[in-house]
Design a protein around this ligand. Structure first.
Ligand code: BGP
Length: 466
């Protein structure tokens, strides 16, 4: 079994994680700037200096058979305050990037929001307030029109659930709030509303391109197959992290099954949620218009029933075995014998990718197409001159691609695979020792060095075989 000739092999990046120049060239502040400074562990400057190095990275793409790149536009480079005044330097920068992409035969797949709401809106409540939704839609419309001749593939948001959980449950993203499931649910709904409004606006203009959204979808399993309470925990975690958003995306409303789980959970956490009818109208319209789903997939979770107090420890250092996730009324995410983990305790379970794709195909048959928009392995690569041997990464990618081929063979319409990440980039809550790239970045000199995985990936992209 081979990948078809039109299957896309790409590399993924995100503005804040690679551009650097976070407070230069007219860019407005984002919440991360102060948050990271206060934390004092690391900053996103200069990261991989993509702001200046993009010609180098795009040339590497060309050399290594990477024919597509995921890029995100930094909203605050275009609208420094989130709305109103435009920063022409920012607008021009992305024109230069897109032109360089096309010069190198690299197709840009562009995300409008990748964790970086402008600070002025973030401070007021981010996607918990209508002002942010409205400003986001205006920003999206501006980009659609401005870049219509250069961008064919759009994504409205990157990872709605991680934004909600990291901002309001795990507390690892600004504003660093913990265990507020109510805020998490409302912010997810509001981002889905903003997504829907952007999709409807895009389609109303008859642009020739395509549009969709990216969700991070981790497959949930019962820790003990024989325990109904573990199955229930897996179900609750799935509805909260996956099904709520899949319903919103493909149905434009929430099913009774979804709402039962959400209501029960919010009762337990002193919250409440009911989607306003006028929101559902737009969402239902957009549900028919999405051209594809972007699926980010790194790991799966094994759930054990848990009703004790909330306790979460994020392993942001790569000290293996330290991660804990216990959420009242949801469950405890467990390590599982026989399933390997990365140093950051992410469970390597490629079957999960297959199961999630097939679930979407069966449960939401109107899904049209799926791109794997992120998959990859965080690893402590070291460079001492010579080739960087990253066999564990090659092994990880290979296993996932094999399951992807199986899903395609079993009838799923998967059109592409973007490796996270193209080159090493800054990692939000882990900093710089967690590397993902095909190209090693020496952060001191900003020089790039292809890793063994880059040569391997090139061969796969060329031969279409594993
Ligand atoms: C996804 C994000 C990316 C990237 C990746 C790896 O959730 O879309 O921005 O960071 O995960 O995560 P991390 O950097 O935390 O290892």
């Amino acid at each position: 079994m081979k990948f078809s000739q039109d299957f896309v092999f790409g590399g993924a990046t995100a503005a804040y994680q690679c551009e650097g120049s976070t407070r230069a060239y007219g860019k407005g502040k984002v919440a991360w700037d102060d948050y990271l400074e206060k934390q004092g562990r690391f900053t996103a400057d200069p990261a991989s200096d993509f702001y200046h190095q993009y010609p180098v990275d795009l040339k590497l793409c060309k050399q290594f058979g990477v024919k597509a790149i995921r890029i995100s536009i930094a909203w605050s480079r275009i609208f420094p305050s989130g709305k109103g005044q435009i920063n022409q330097e920012g607008v021009d920068f992305y024109h230069r990037v897109f032109q360089e992409c096309h010069k190198n035969g690299v197709e840009p797949y562009v995300t409008l929001h990748h964790f970086d709401t402008p600070d002025e809106l973030h401070k007021k409540g981010d996607f918990l307030i209508a002002e942010t939704i409205d400003a986001y839609v205006e920003y999206a419309k501006f980009c659609f029109e401005e870049y219509k001749d250069e961008v064919t593939y759009w994504f409205t948001f990157n990872e709605v659930w991680p934004i909600a959980t990291c901002q309001y449950i795990e507390g690892t993203f600004p504003p660093g709030i913990k265990f507020d499931i109510n805020k998490a649910v409302w912010s997810m709904h509001n981002m889905m509303l903003a997504h829907a409004k952007a999709v409807v606006a895009y389609k109303s203009k008859n642009y020739s391109g395509k549009i969709g959204i990216i969700h991070s979808l981790e497959t949930k399993y019962a820790y003990d197959e024989n325990k109904p309470e573990d199955h229930q925990a897996a179900k609750v975690d799935d509805v909260l992290a996956n099904q709520f958003l899949l319903d919103a995306t493909f149905l434009g409303e929430y099913t009774e099954d979804t709402m039962n789980v959400i209501q029960n959970l919010l009762d337990l956490h002193n919250g409440s949620f009911e989607a306003p009818e006028k929101d559902l109208e737009v969402m239902k319209e957009a549900a028919k218009l999405n051209d594809y789903l972007g699926m980010n997939h790194y790991q799966s979770n094994f759930l054990k029933a848990y009703d004790g107090e909330n306790f979460i420890h994020h392993n942001g250092t790569g000290e293996k075995g330290t991660k804990r996730f216990r959420l009242k009324g949801v469950g405890e995410r467990m390590f599982k014998e026989g399933i390997e983990t990365t140093d950051w305790d992410w469970l390597i379970y490629p079957e999960g990718m297959y199961d999630m794709i097939m679930r979407i195909k069966n449960q939401y048959p109107n899904y049209k197409a799926i791109y794997i928009t992120e998959n990859g392995m965080g690893y402590k690569d070291t460079f001492e001159g010579g080739l960087i041997f990253d066999e564990p990464r090659i092994d990880y990618i290979k296993k996932h691609l094999a399951y992807l081929l199986k899903a395609i063979e079993d009838g799923a319409n998967v059109k592409g695979y973007f490796l996270w990440s193209l080159m090493d980039v800054f990692s939000w809550s882990n900093g710089y020792n967690k590397r993902y790239g095909l190209f090693y970045v020496d952060y001191e000199t900003q020089k790039r060095y292809p890793k063994a995985s880059a040569y391997w990936f090139k061969r796969v992209a060329e031969t279409r075989e594993l």
